[in-house]
Design a binder for this molecule. Structure first.
Ligand code: NAD
Ligand code: ZN
Length: 239
């Protein structure tokens, strides 16, 4: 059975790299982008809300969308999937967790060697000069402005079309290239550059396990595809 085979790969691994996406937080009640654009937001596409162009066009609506998301994230709790990865890190030799999520749930669950590739929605920075801003509340309406340059406050996340932090990217690439086991969990494996990480690991000879209810461009190349929800599969995997 593939779960047993996956457990054996984990037991034999000495350097584990994990990539997570929005799917691992779905069971904490944080919708993936596709699922989030319902109700009031159904007339928008992610590109209308999560790009610098969208923010320049209409800072208030983008700010409001993120105020909404930030509130949901603050109320959410890490789930069994996040916790299983904490347990996996405790047992592993070398372990790096690379996440595309901006919800901070891995850190709150207790993961330590963590790379937040796309930033963190709980932080705010200046759209003009990039300084971190001390803006813990996000009230709807026009975003507050930076005392230094007058630019608008924005969430400290990476939008579509923006560069990732060079340091975060290097840590992610390094972990993917040097691991012997790669786990890809709850990610559609289409948003670059994160989507390249499992393929880099494959090229370097690592085995890949994928956890996702749906197939992705990675599924055919993964040694094992565990079809299911992260919160159900991961606790079984590390038990
Ligand atoms: P995605 O929305 O493109 O893909 C989500 C994947 O999760 C899909 O493949 C889906 O089949 C899978 N999935 C759904 N429910 C699952 C479950 N219970 N267990 C396991 N898998 C499940 O997400 P992505 O690949 O992370 O890329 C989208 C971008 O949007 C990212 O760059 C990310 O920064 C951002 N985003 C972040 C959050 C968050 O922080 N929680 C939420 C939405 C979007
Ligand atoms: Zn500024």
């Amino acid at each position: 059975m593939s779960l047993d085979a996956a457990r054996k790969l984990i037991a034999a691994a000495t350097r584990i790299c994990v990539l997570t996406g929005a799917g691992i937080s779905a069971e904490s009640g944080i919708p993936t982008f596709r699922d989030a654009l319902t109700g009031l937001w159904s007339k928008f596409r992610p590109e209308d809300l999560a790009t610098p162009e969208a923010f320049e066009r209409n800072p208030a609506i983008v700010w409001e969308w993120y105020a909404n998301r930030r509130e949901r994230v603050a109320m959410a709790k890490p789930n069994a999937g996040h916790r299983a990865l904490v347990e996996l890190e405790r047992r592993a030799g070398r372990f790096t967790l690379v996440t595309q999520n901006v919800d901070g749930l891995h850190a709150r669950a207790g993961s330590r060697n963590l790379v937040e590739l796309h930033g963190n929605i709980a932080r705010t920075r200046c759209f003009g000069c990039n300084r971190g801003l001390d803006e813990s509340t996000m009230r709807p309406g026009t975003p507050p402005t930076c005392a230094h340059c007058g630019g608008y406050a924005r969430p400290d996340v990476v939008w579509f079309g923006e560069m990732l932090s060079e340091e975060a990217l290097q840590r992610g690439f390094e972990a993917a290239r040097s691991c012997d086991l790669f786990l890809s969990i709850g990610t559609s494996t289409v948003v670059e550059p994160a989507a390249s990480l499992p393929f880099l690991a494959l090229e370097a000879g690592a085995r890949v396990i994928e956890v996702n209810p749906d197939r992705t461009p990675l599924s055919d190349q993964a040694a094992i595809w565990l079809q299911g929800a992260a919160g159900a599969v991961l606790p079984d995997l590390v038990r």
